[in-house]
Design a protein around this ligand. Structure first.
Ligand code: ARG
Length: 430
């Protein structure tokens, strides 16, 4: 039975094809759907479309459904199209015609959009908390290992001295930039679409300000057509934020896979956090970081998927939009799992000390020695040539002294500044 029942049932094949796995995905929206309906009917009562007693009865019914959802005791029955229909059917089954009154001044188009906004707001908060946990771990490691040197590479050739302090801190600060994207997505999600109805408003005197306040939105989408347009647009912003964070994490995972390789052996993990081979008895593989790299690389495809799915859709609601759930819902969850796994693994990372004592890293210090000559008055180009010729003749002996003191360099990580920067971004998510 459908909400839009007009005396005929759609062919079973049509229903299966158009609903697909939407019922399962809609379960993630259930709580928000009920919370949205509560705000909507309070508003309906305030403008005279429901009596006070009717409101109280419906609120009681919705509270009951809400509790069932939280207890995991809610399902969308076969033959019921979506979560919105299920909730309305439950109310109608209990209260008869009164249940049917909740949908005045609303369409499933603004209802699903509202659910999505509330859901994405929560998901983005969950992501930001996971990013914060990883950020804190990275900066802690950066502080702890600020004296532990490692080679810095360009072109994957030995370049200049770096440190574990710089390495860990780099990913922390990079996450602060990604959080700017997340905050932008959050702000786009944090606007009330309710009242746009099917996408062109309603002739009832809906109090949209009231539902905006009740649902704790920062603002509303004023133009009803713009409100509908925000379906797809919101998902795109979320996808871009997810992809930004995923790209940073994939990069970190790649570094770990490389530094753990026995030819580098800069880092290691306890045996129980590595995986073995079925044929090579000696293997301790970094599968966790390979899966993380793979998952995070896949996540970088979702802005594209969203863009292609929504490209050139006609203005207003189109059913294609339903398929966005399939792209975005698993994405935030996958990302949180990857972030938490990275944090867990890094809690156990072991760093090899004195890596640079190996003679093969002597050349890391050439720039330092050129700069020392410059400080003693030799013009830079001459100093460069002098050290270059020593290298060329195999006579170069590094002094191994480091004098990097400017902001953000090996001897002056500025981690407190990075911490402040991160806080100031994350505080914008409330
Ligand atoms: N499942 C639908 C979606 O996600 C709900 C909205 C249906 N609206 C409609 N006009 N058929 O988009």
């Amino acid at each position: 039975m459908n909400l839009w029942d007009k005396g005929f049932e759609p062919d079973r094949l049509i229903e299966e094809f158009t609903v697909g796995n939407d019922r399962e995905l809609d379960l993630s929206l259930a709580r928000h759907d009920v919370e949205g309906s509560m705000a909507h009917i309070r508003m309906l009562q305030s403008i005279g479309l429901l009596e006070k007693e009717e409101l109280d009865t419906l609120l009681e019914g919705l509270e009951e459904i809400h509790a069932r959802i939280l207890a995991g005791d809610f399902r969308i029955e076969d033959g019921v199209e979506d979560v919105h229909s299920q909730v309305e059917f439950m109310l109608t089954a209990k209260y008869g015609d009164l249940g049917k009154k909740i949908h005045s001044g609303r369409s499933r188009n603004d209802q699903v959009l509202l659910d999505l906004k509330l859901f994405m707001r929560d998901e983005l908060k969950r992501v930001s908390e996971a990013v914060e946990r990883l950020f804190n771990r990275l900066l802690l490691l950066s502080d702890e290992h600020k004296e532990d040197l490692m080679p810095g590479y360009t072109h994957l050739q030995v370049a200049m001295p770096s440190s574990f302090g710089l390495w860990f801190g780099a990913y922390a600060e990079s996450l602060a930039d990604d959080m700017q994207m997340l905050v932008a997505a959050y702000n786009i999600a944090n606007q009330n679409p309710l009242g746009s109805a099917a996408g062109y408003g309603s002739s009832f005197p809906l109090d949209r300000g009231m539902t905006t306040r009740l649902l704790n939105f920062a603002d509303m989408h004023y133009n009803v057509v713009a409100a509908q347009m925000s379906r797809g647009k919101t998902e795109r912003a979320v996808a871009m934020a997810v992809a930004a964070i995923a790209s940073t994490l994939a990069h970190l995972a790649m570094d770990v896979c490389m530094w753990i390789c026995p030819d580098f052996a800069f880092i290691s993990f306890p045996d129980e956090l590595t995986t073995g081979s079925s044929i090579m008895p000696h293997k301790k593989n970094p599968d966790v970081f390979e899966i993380m790299r793979g998952k995070c690389n896949r996540l970088q495809a979702i802005p594209n998927e969203v863009a292609l799915l929504t490209a050139n859709l006609p203005l207003g609601y189109n059913r294609d939009l339903q398929l966005l759930k399939d792209i975005t819902f698993p994405a935030t969850d996958e990302l949180v799992k990857c972030l938490d796994m990275a944090e867990f693994m890094l809690r156990h990372i072991r760093i090899r000390k004195n890596i640079l004592d190996d003679k093969k890293y002597d050349y890391l210090f050439t720039v330092e020695d050129v700069n020392r000559l410059v400080l003693s008055g030799v013009p830079f180009r001459d100093a460069y040539r002098q050290v270059g010729m020593q290298v060329q003749r195999g006579e170069y002996k590094p002094t191994r002294e480091l004098h990097h003191t400017h902001e953000g360099s090996i001897g002056n990580l500025c981690n407190d500044r990075i911490r402040d920067k991160f806080r100031s971004v994350i505080n914008r998510i409330s």
